[in-house]
Design a protein around this ligand. Structure first.
Ligand code: SF4
Length: 344
């Protein structure tokens, strides 16, 4: 694994290269303070691996991971030059899982599950203050009366309630970045918007950034649109396009982003048509053995001979970036021969 986070003054920067399991390769991502970044892509594209690397839960085999310019893993080993202690970095970077059960002990009441991390991070708090803080936070996420929910067991909560408790658990840490890994996917459709609204409302109140991972482009659009954030599109371990909603949804540059648009019935297509998939092949290559060059070239309708070499990343007019030769006016791509089955 080669993952490299560098700071350019933002909250978190990510650059990764050549992950051994090919889950993440050549990703460059920076997350600013109070920003929402929604990562989308098919399952197995490396979203979760990237998310875990971003919050320091997965160590890269090569490269660095920085929080506010400070190498997370070197800090953990006690070798960092700068002064933020590792435990503070750990507290600042939190996660909400798809399955809220992952953060709640089935044998403990909600209050007990929530007190445990608070005891660890705020050992000076008295029991009364700890519990008062937890009750206030349960109230804040709409679990009223909080004293009722605080003494329930996880099996006495609905999926939506359990996910709210998981959100409370992360917020009690006063995090700077929350990785929400498919955090609303298991909820009923009717509850998803409610949960996303709550997360955004709390983002504002707590000055938190989100790295939101989803296979659903319409959810990513909702979050990015409401927060003014960005959407990143991943394919076979790479971020192939990233940018604001105006780019990704209204003017997608990468042919794979266009495929995701086509595959998301809730989103309107500019040409209004979904007649046939905008790909040459529906077969997804093996992520363990991705194609050379542009990884999408085996499926891309716009693929040409030039695409057998890896494209660099180009800046896009609407503010984002795309890794596709079509974004480079001068490149030999435009003169090279279309690959078999590709359109001219
Ligand atoms: Fe398609 Fe070529 Fe762009 Fe890759 S670089 S997405 S193959 S046009």
């Amino acid at each position: 694994v080669k993952v490299h986070f560098e700071s350019d003054g933002g909250l978190l920067d990510v650059f990764s290269k050549n992950e051994a399991v090919h889950a993440v390769d050549g990703v460059n991502l920076d997350i600013e303070e109070n920003e929402v970044v929604a990562l989308v892509g098919e399952s197995g594209c490396g979203k979760t691996t990237l998310g875990k690397a971003a919050i320091g839960l997965q160590e890269p085999t090569e490269g660095t991971v920085s929080y506010r310019g400070q190498d997370i893993w070197e800090t953990r080993r006690g070798n960092a030059d700068r002064g933020v202690p590792y435990r503070k970095i750990r507290r600042a970077l939190q996660i909400i899982h798809q399955d809220p059960g992952a953060s709640l002990n089935p044998n403990k009441r909600v209050m007990e599950s929530l007190e445990r991390p608070l005891k660890k991070w705020k050992p000076g708090l008295t029991r009364e203050k700890r519990q008062a803080r937890i009750l206030a936070m349960l109230y804040r996420v709409g679990m009223t009366p909080p004293s009722d929910y605080a003494y329930r067991y996880p099996h006495q909560l609905s999926g939506g309630e359990a996910q709210r408790v998981a959100l409370v658990r992360t917020l009690l840490m006063n995090p700077e970045l929350i990785l929400a890994d498919e955090a609303i996917s298991a909820l009923d459709v009717s509850l998803r918007v409610e949960m996303m609204d709550l997360m955004l409302e709390l983002q504002d109140a707590f000055d938190t950034s989100y790295l939101f991972i989803s296979h659903d482009l319409s959810n990513a659009r909702y979050l990015a649109e409401k927060s003014g954030g960005r959407i990143g599109v991943m394919y076979l371990g790479e971020i192939v396009e990233i940018g604001p909603v105006e780019q990704i949804i209204h003017d997608p540059q990468h042919p794979y982003t266009q495929v995701l648009m086509w595959a998301t019935p809730e989103l309107e297509l500019d040409d209004g048509s979904r007649e046939r998939p905008p790909v040459r092949s529906i077969d997804i290559p093996d992520p363990q053995n991705p194609p050379e060059g542009c990884r999408f070239h085996t499926r891309c309708q716009k693929a040409r001979e030039a695409c057998k070499r890896t494209p660099p990343t180009f800046d896009v007019e609407r503010g984002g970036e795309v890794a596709c030769y079509r974004a480079d006016d001068d490149h030999e791509y435009w003169e090279s021969v279309p690959l078999e089955g590709a359109s001219r």
